[in-house]
Design a protein around this ligand. Structure first.
Ligand code: THU
Length: 127
């Protein structure tokens, strides 16, 4: 079965209902389509010590990596909100082909290069 970007965003919307966000009350869902056709979902999980909360994207990719997926195994990430700066770095690390997200009533599709130009690469660090 093929999963369209619209389907994937619908799965992200459904996942967002399971977010644990009692502090911000901002529920975020992320659904990632892997090359093998599987969809891995994540939600934001907040903490009373605010900075310890995790974003939906990082929750989804952490789950995927724990299940054996690796950077390059992902086709699309659908997110119910525009990804934060840190999550853009995660999307780059995971080498996802495209990112679909809601932003102010619009649905936006971008590549990681568009979301995060001039990327940091550890190989470009001085010896
Ligand atoms: N959040 C995400 O889950 N992903 C993003 O890319 C943006 C922000 C979450 C973090 C926090 O739980 C809530 O949204 C409010 O910032």
């Amino acid at each position: 079965m093929t999963v369209s970007d619209d389907d994937l965003l619908g799965l992200a919307d459904a996942a967002a209902a399971r977010a644990y966000a009692p502090y911000s009350r901002f529920h975020v869902g992320c659904a990632v389509l892997a090359r093998d056709g599987r969809v891995i979902e994540g939600v934001n999980v907040e903490n009373a010590s605010y900075p310890l909360g995790v974003c939906a994207e990082r929750a989804a990719f952490s789950r995927a990596v724990a299940e054996g997926y690796r950077p390059g195994d992902f086709v699309v990430a659908a997110i119910t909100a525009s990804p934060c700066g840190g999550c853009r770095q995660w999307l780059a690390e995971m080498a996802v082909e495209r990112v679909v997200f809601r932003n102010g009533g619009r649905v936006v599709t971008m590549t990681v290069d568009e979301l995060l130009p001039e990327q940091f690469e550890s190989t470009s660090l001085p010896e």
